[in-house]
Design a protein around this ligand. Structure first.
Ligand SMILES: Nc1nc2c(ncn2[C@@H]2O[C@H](COP(=O)(O)OP(=O)(O)OP(=O)(O)O)[C@@H](O)[C@H]2O)c(=O)[nH]1
Length: 319
């Protein structure tokens, strides 16, 4: 196949809640401006994707219940085959792959650089998004687990572009400290940009930063696989809340709950609200009235205690 006809691929990596989807939305907006047809592969840690509504005009492929590793690597291959099979009907100009937040992007790279995918796709960049406001906490031996520290380090080491997001939540001195710490891990040649809400210019985001000729061959046996203790818990059959109570409840959850997302019914509103809980902050946004779904809460964290979460859940339902 002619090199120029390969579909460029951008991999978005980064820990839970760092802002991958936010950066992806910025990239999709650039695509629209240029009239390009994007394809998106979303990998979710739980059994359910609660963010599909954000990409309603785009071609989305979902890989659920796991990170793109081990068996999920096979699912990724299957999806890539599907994309190749549909190429005539749905020609894509660019493909984005968003990892779970607990995935090592090397797993994706390994698939893209293997046959037959290497003939059809061109891996352009692995963009690792970092929550600047939580970086020090996540990398501290006092406030984080070895698994989280290792994951975040791996995501930085394999990246070709580092996007330091959520800088609005910290002072400039702390940002400098974060940058220095990251520089101890990631080599100097790696481009690092800081931003708020994923607002990075198109040239920086789209630049080709991976040159296959210089890549070392990674093997699945090189110890990149990890069987995560990070899991997702789903809460359903939810009552109607006030925003205030729901927010209060989220903030009272055990510290090992790192991320929450889903849809809730809010008192006084006919519409469902999608919510995002990350960096200990909650954001709500109403979904279109036509959106037909049951309320659901997905909580993601390390070694979550199902019983403890269920007890907290009762507390939520009883309030
Ligand atoms: N204050 C602040 N919030 C942000 C920023 N960027 C993203 N957020 C919010 O952080 C939350 C998580 O952002 P996402 O883009 O969904 O993060 P993600 O990395 O895709 O999260 P996962 O689904 O856990 O992988 C959302 O509520 C965003 O609106 C930022 O720069 N500043």
């Amino acid at each position: 196949m002619d090199n120029s006809k390969k579909i460029p691929v951008y991999v978005l990596s980064g820990f839970l809640g760092s802002g991958k989807t936010t950066v992806l939305l910025t990239m999709l907006a650039h695509c629209k401006q240029l009239g390009m047809q994007p394809g998106i592969i979303l990998n979710e840690i739980g059994k359910e994707n609660v963010e599909g509504h954000l990409f309603k005009e785009d071609k989305v492929f979902e890989l659920l219940d796991g990170c793109i590793c081990c068996t999920i690597q096979d699912d990724l291959k299957e999806t890539m085959n599907e994309i190749i099979g549909e190429m005539e009907k749905y020609p894509l100009d660019v493909l984005f792959i968003e990892g779970t937040g607990v995935a090592n992007p090397l797993e994706v790279q390994e698939v893209l650089l293997s046959r037959p995918y290497i003939n059809q796709f061109e891996l352009m960049s692995i963009i690792t998004v970092v929550d600047a406001s939580h970086y020090l906490e996540y990398q501290s031996v006092f406030t984080s687990s070895a698994e989280v520290r290792k994951l975040i380090t791996e995501q930085l080491v394999c990246s070709s572009l580092i996007v330091l997001n959520k800088t609005d939540l910290i002072a400039s001195e702390q940002l400098e400290k974060v940058k220095q710490k990251i520089r101890n891990i990631a080599t100097k040649e790696k481009k690092m940009v800081d931003c708020v809400y994923g607002q990075v210019n198109a040239v920086t985001l789209y630049e080709k930063r991976i040159h296959s000729a210089f890549l070392t061959k990674y093997s699945a046996d090189n110890g990149h696989h990890h069987h995560s203790t990070i899991q997702a818990i789903k809460l359903a059959d939810l009552p109607v809340f006030t925003k205030k109570n729901f927010e209060k409840w989220l903030k009272q959850l055990p510290a090992d709950v790192l991320r929450g997302k889903g849809f809730v019914a809010i008192e006084g509103s006919q519409r469902l609200y999608s919510f995002q809980y990350a960096s200990k902050k909650v954001a709500f946004s109403p979904v279109p009235a036509s959106f037909d779904r049951e309320p659901v809460v997905i909580l993601i964290g390390i070694g979550l205690n199902q019983q403890q979460i269920s007890d907290y859940y009762k507390q939520l339902v009883d309030q």
